[in-house]
Design a protein around this ligand. Structure first.
Ligand SMILES: Cc1cc2nc3c(=O)[nH]c(=O)nc-3n(C[C@H](O)[C@H](O)[C@H](O)COP(=O)(O)OP(=O)(O)OC[C@H]3O[C@@H](n4cnc5c(N)ncnc54)[C@H](O)[C@@H]3O)c2cc1C
Ligand SMILES: Cc1ncc(C[n+]2csc(CCOP(=O)(O)OP(=O)(O)O)c2C)c(N)n1
Ligand SMILES: [Mg+2]
Length: 606
């Protein structure tokens, strides 16, 4: 499976070449774009506006070197920048005008912040001498972005640009988060005439990117090896920070006889046909993952901040070792004994020779047996051919048509459950969604960014009707740019996940969750794309096969059973009680829902 390791890539990142204060460019905006080029930026996602016309002109002049991807909503531009960073390891850049344009970026920028992606946001501001005077679009975006950005600065004059642009790129890349430059509109088109302040002396800084070894110290490594060597039932929890450490994870699993459990953003860390993994964990995870964590005596956390504490071993149950790049996050979720501060891949490489092979394989074998039954159960759920179509059948069919190097994205909703469980990761594939922000609507923008970054690869978005409709206008951009992405819309005419949460977690009948149906196939055609529809599970392979083989962008509108619940791997008594309460309180369609849930349970038992 192809994976991207932020730790590894950071070491080969582009080193900017320019070291002097001299420029060929003429305007302050030209300088900004030139510096972005030096940092390897070749794509900017955004939407023009009168607060950034100077920057747009600088981009127009550089259109052969930097691709400007126009969006219909700035939120999508920020999601695209985040997706671009996720699927390339490079800096994602988005651009929006002053006031409302900048404000629209925020949700996608928080996605980047919470999933630790390097993104630079560039925004406009009013004329520099009118800021703070209630002039039009007078929003002080540098202040507004203070929370989302690790670095947020307002350009104060043309000679300020060079200093702040380098710092912004460096901060986003090396601190793996959002940086923001807000640029008053009149300053963008100002010519540089060498009017530096007397302390801003040219040539006094370099744009070098220095990198540490990202390795823990020897004593901590030895102690960690000691804890792991003493463990009898060890689980490896491998998250986003372990993408790119797949081979090392499998070697550690082999040495320790330990199953690898994958938090959702680590779905691509090892392939699902690896004999060591029990797949994902949590509400959308697998039962063997949950059981392994419930019964382990040692936990090795690798690059994860998995937030659902209730699925982790109880404090005191297991000894803990954590490999984590960010020292602040050691011991954040589990009271570990040893924190190894370093890059997962390099740290595992250092740790592996210190590990003894565990001859007792029974813990791993139990997990493997559990997975055999789990996959059998998943296959049974997916094989249901009755109407209305089960989302499981759809997800399994999509999985069958994925290429070995596919990039598969999803969105927040019940779709995330089907995506997590039925897309069986192969070596070479990449997977992501909005993880810790858990936002809706990222799916289509992520897919667009992935396809732009990897034009030759199959890109599939597996999204809900709610999430897709939030930013659906972006599909028109796929048509214009001839991006052959395939968007599978799981149509249940509902904000499905919330409906189930209201019933199962709160014991209430659903409220406010129905969606007015949209004819997504007609919409695809209206945009100039291809449209496919499927509601009969027996036609799934035909329709998806045809759709995925089609040339340009396509929407596959798949109508599914709205009463199919995303069941957790194990249902607690509390959940069952609340679910029953919600039905008793007058949940609409309660008869059908009860029958559907019952049928699922029966399928599990027989
Ligand atoms: C609808 C929905 C349902 C969800 N349900 C679940 C669920 O049931 N189960 C689930 O797991 N998730 C679920 N999620 C996602 C969840 O919210 C978290 O985003 C996810 O669990 C975090 O995964 P992670 O630990 O891999 O990533 P993160 O929380 O991002 O943690 C990655 C860690 O790795 C560190 N790191 C980064 N690079 C390196 C490196 N090179 N070396 C070492 N460390 C590094 C980072 O500092 C960070 O601490 C759901 C999301 C949605 C939208
Ligand atoms: C921007 C945003 N708004 C609201 C939510 C809360 N939320 C999470 S999932 C969901 C429903 C998603 O509906 P849909 O896309 O149709 O997927 P389904 O659950 O029906 O599969 C909602 C409203 C969110 N996560 N993000
Ligand atoms: Mg829906």
């Amino acid at each position: 499976m192809q994976t991207f390791s932020p730790g590894a890539l950071a070491c080969v990142m582009h080193k900017p070449a320019r070291l002097s204060g001299e420029h060929m460019a003429q305007t302050a905006a030209d300088i900004l774009i030139e510096i972005l080029q030096e940092w390897g930026v070749d794509t900017i996602f955004g939407l023009p506006g009168d607060g950034i016309n100077g920057i747009m002109e600088a981009l127009r002049k550089k259109r052969d070197a930097i691709r400007f991807v126009q969006v219909r909503h700035e939120e999508a531009a920020a999601f695209m920048a985040c997706g671009y960073a996720k699927f390339t390891g490079r800096l994602g850049v988005c651009l929006a005008t002053s006031g409302p344009g900048g404000i629209h970026l925020l949700n996608g920028l928080y996605d980047a912040k919470l999933d630790g992606q390097p993104v630079l946001a560039i925004t406009g501001m009013p004329y520099h001498d009118l800021i703070g005077t209630f002039t039009q679009q007078d929003v002080e975006l540098d202040k507004l972005f203070m929370d989302v950005a690790k670095y947020s600065v307002r350009v104060m004059g043309p000679t300020h640009v060079e200093n702040v642009a380098h710092l912004a790129c460096r901060t986003a890349l090396l601190y793996r988060g959002v940086a923001h430059i807000s640029f008053p509109v009149d300053l963008q088109e100002r010519e540089i005439k060498g009017e530096r302040s007397k302390r801003n002396i040219a040539g006094h800084n370099s744009e070098l990117q220095a990198h540490g070894a990202r390795l823990p110290n020897d004593a901590d490594l030895a102690q960690a090896a000691d804890v792991l060597n003493q463990g009898k039932k060890i689980v490896i929890l491998a998250g986003r920070g372990a993408l790119g450490a797949g081979a090392e994870l499998e070697r550690a699993a082999e040495m320790l006889g330990a199953p690898i459990v994958k938090p959702l953003l680590g779905k691509g860390s090892v392939p699902d046909d690896s004999p060591y993994t029990t797949g994902c964990i949590g509400l959308l995870g697998t039962r063997p993952s949950q059981e392994a964590l419930e019964s382990c005596d040692t936990l090795l956390m690798v690059g994860t901040s998995f937030p659902y504490l209730e699925f982790l071993p109880k404090p005191g149950q297991a000894r803990g070792v954590q490999i984590e790049l960010d020292p602040m996050r050691i011991g954040l979720r589990y009271p570990v004994e040893i924190g190894l501060i370093g890059d997962s891949r390099r740290t595992l490489q250092a740790l592996l020779p210190m590990l003894q092979r565990h001859d007792d394989r029974s813990f791993l074998e139990t997990a493997q047996k559990g997975m055999t039954s789990w996959w059998k159960m998943m296959d049974e759920h997916a094989a249901v051919t009755e109407m209305p179509m089960k989302p499981q059948a759809l997800a399994a069919a999509v999985n069958r048509h994925l290429h070995d190097d596919a990039i598969v994205v999803s969105d927040s909703g019940t779709i995330a459950t089907w995506w997590a469980r039925y897309m069986r990761v192969k070596r070479g594939q990449m997977y992501s969604l909005s993880g810790t922000l858990a936002s809706m609507a990222n799916g289509l923008p992520y897919a667009i960014a992935a396809q732009i970054a990897h034009p030759g690869r199959q890109v599939v978005a597996f999204v809900g009707d709610g999430g897709f409709s939030m930013l659906m206008a972006e599909f028109a951009n796929c048509v214009r740019a001839r991006l052959p992405i395939k968007v599978v819309i799981v149509k249940n005419n509902a904000l499905g996940m919330i409906k189930w949460e209201q019933m199962v977690f709160l014991g209430n009948p659903e409220y406010g969750c129905e969606l007015q149906p949209i004819d997504f196939a007609a919409y695809a055609r209206a945009c100039g794309g291809s449209a496919f529809s499927v509601e009969d599970p027996r036609k799934l392979d035909d329709v998806i096969g045809q759709a995925f083989a089609s040339d340009g962008p396509a929407i596959i509108e798949a109508t599914v059973d709205p009463f199919e619940p995303p069941l957790p791997p194990k249902i607690s008594v509390d959940q069952a009680t609340r679910f029953a309460e919600s039905l008793a309180k007058g949940q609409p369609h309660r008869g059908k829902i009860a029958l559907t849930v019952l049928a699922d349970k029966v399928r599990e038992l027989v």
